[in-house]
Design a protein. Sequence first.
Length: 150
Amino acid sequence: MSRLAKSYKPNAAKDGLEETTIGQLTYPLSDRRRQPMPAGGLFSTAADVAKFCRMVLNGGEFGGKRLLSEAAVRQMTTKQTGENLKDGYGLGWSTGGGSFGHGGAFATNMSIDPKRGLITVFLVQHSGFPGDGAKSHGAWKQAAEQQFGP
């Protein structure tokens, strides 16, 4: 519990952040009466999210063990939505531009670019930033791609 990130939202003046709760969760979080769900029910570390992404990037294998079939990974990461929709989604993943990923309700994001072999994991916990804060993910991802992408 001591390592669990607090959640934030813009304050009333829209010039800073204040702590908030996640409506889908039961508090106190230490009571363990929670379940995985969209919008706030998954808890992990950057290292474990990166391992999961490496497994997906490797077609379902990690550490020499097959955890998902290649067919399952293809279904997850291949566009399943109709051609007339602007945004594409696989099974649990956004798709498009040669990459795929998943964004969380409080602005977390993981992205996999298989052509470059690049995984990015962006962990924040907010329901909106005041000012230019909303640009933080895009700026961070661009910097990571410039630094680590081939």
